[in-house]
Design a protein around this ligand. Structure first.
Ligand code: AQP
Length: 332
């Protein structure tokens, strides 16, 4: 059976981008067709300036939202990365397999390092080695597929390269994974800055729809979305990214194509109104279920405990074998 691994970072409240670009597919497709592991990758949240209490709260919230969105622990494994030591153990072997140049070429590293420096902060070493940990996340489970949005495909490519290199040097240890991207809404853009993706860790929040935003807040954010100077609704992502983003979001929420939708509108106002309502409706059941799960915290605890146990049992033999293959003396 195909094995899938994917993760979500507790660096902020989950957004519509996370949902349309990743989580919805995990729920509707991936957990039904494969042996799927979904992980709150909390170690990755420590690669930039962080508040310990906030990371803990966001980790819990992310896990609860994944269940609220419809991940079913009877069908898939939901767990927290730091609960399974094998991620950090294997990450070191990946650092010993990757080169400094490969890490520095990563677009996300360059962007985030620049952001940290602009803020006057220093760049953590773990930001540079982040892709080694991500490769470990994937390879520890012998994952065949990694469903990700556009922003993460470069990291999955590197994980592939590291798997191939390790296998060639030390004997077959890892499945070589591949990135799988959703057809629609692979990249949801910020409503106020359609040149940037809607990212949960961004400081300016007016263009970001959070999964737990109240319906009226969602409506306000969508109605205030930046569009373009023209007035005719057309799907032209390169020249009119603001309108294209709204059409992509509406298409993802309604299962239509953005080009077809564009033909049905003659004003930005009507497009925004329908987009806002579509987003509110898509998120409504998720918000309700989140409320129910918060009232029963024992249920989330149980899912995370059992998820970590299963993940550990899957990862340990692979990581032990990799330790031995690379030349380390097995513990007695
Ligand atoms: N805007 C987006 N559109 C489509 N997919 C997205 N994803 C994230 N944003 C969008 C996908 O959601 C999954 C989990 O994302 P993540 O936690 O790795 O990244 P993030 O939400 O983008 O978090 P940050 O902290 O805001 O990100 P950065 O690191 O960019 O600062 C992934 O499959 C991702 O592709």
């Amino acid at each position: 059976m195909t094995r899938i691994f994917s993760g979500i970072k507790p660096t902020g409240h989950l957004t519509l981008g996370n949902y349309l670009g990743a989580v919805r597919r995990w729920v509707e497709v991936d957990q039904h067709r494969a042996d799927a592991l979904f992980c709150v990758v909390d170690l990755h949240a420590l690669t930039v300036d962080h508040d310990p209490g906030r990371v803990r709260r966001l980790s819990r919230q992310a896990a609860t939202l994944l269940l609220a969105a419809g991940l079913d622990p009877g069908r898939c494994t939901v767990f927290v990365q730091s609960h399974v030591d094998e991620h950090a153990r294997l990450s070191y072997l990946m650092e010993c397999t990757a080169t400094d140049g490969e890490m520095r070429r990563m677009i996300q590293y360059k962007e985030k390092a620049a952001r940290e420096q602009q803020r006057g902060g220093s760049v953590r070493l773990s930001l540079l080695t982040y892709p080694a940990l991500m490769a470990a996340d994937i390879l520890a489970y012998q994952a065949d597929e990694v469903p990700v949005g556009d922003d993460q495909t470069q990291h999955v490519e590197l994980a592939r390269d590291l798997a191939v290199r390790f296998n060639q040097r030390y004997g077959h240890a890892f499945t070589v994974p591949r990135a799988v991207r959703p057809q629609v809404a692979a990249r949801v853009m910020d409503l106020q800055d359609p040149a940037s993706k809607m990212g949960k860790s961004h400081a300016a929040t007016a263009g970001i729809v959070y999964l737990l935003d109240e319906p009226d807040v969602i409506r306000r954010k969508v109605m205030r979305a930046v569009t373009d100077s023209g007035s005719e609704v057309a799907y032209e992502p390169d020249t009119r990214p603001g309108v294209a983003n709204l059409l992509d979001i509406l298409a993802a929420c309604t299962g239509s194509s953005p080009e077809e939708l564009a033909e049905g509108y003659d004003s930005y106002g009507a497009l925004k109104k329908d987009t806002a309502e579509a987003v509110v409706e898509v998120l409504r059941p998720l918000r309700e279920r989140h409320g129910e799960l918060c009232a029963d915290p024992g249920q989330v605890d149980r899912v995370l405990r059992e998820g970590a146990e299963r993940a550990r049992a899957l990862a340990r033999p692979t990581v032990d074998a990799a330790y031995s293959a690379i030349g380390l003396l097995p513990a007695l």
